[in-house]
Design a protein. Sequence first.
Length: 126
Amino acid sequence: MKHQLAKSVGLSLLSPIIMGTVLGCYYAIILPSNPINTFFQLLINAIANAHIVGLTMAAFVVPGYLLMFRYAKVNYSGVLTLGLLGGAVFSFLLSASNGEIFLINSIMSGLAAGLFLFGLRNYKQK
């Protein structure tokens, strides 16, 4: 169980790279000035905010999942909600209180919770 959780948390830490790549590609295509610089700037900015994802996983998602697992009531929407809530709380406390960064950090943490659940299901089947 611990090995499975560790692999799933590791998979969830790919969330900043995925979000940075998607946003970087989008804005590199949309904005007319220097697309490569825009792409790398957004990718590095997303990676710099990866601490929000790590704290969310450590304080909200994994303890919430273990509590649900203990009572045999694992609810995937509950785990995803914990990811979004944790991302919003830590983004507000540490990074930004409003604006795009607040929203992107929350979505990035929700994506991390989804990757965590995907990892649990994927590694459980093998």
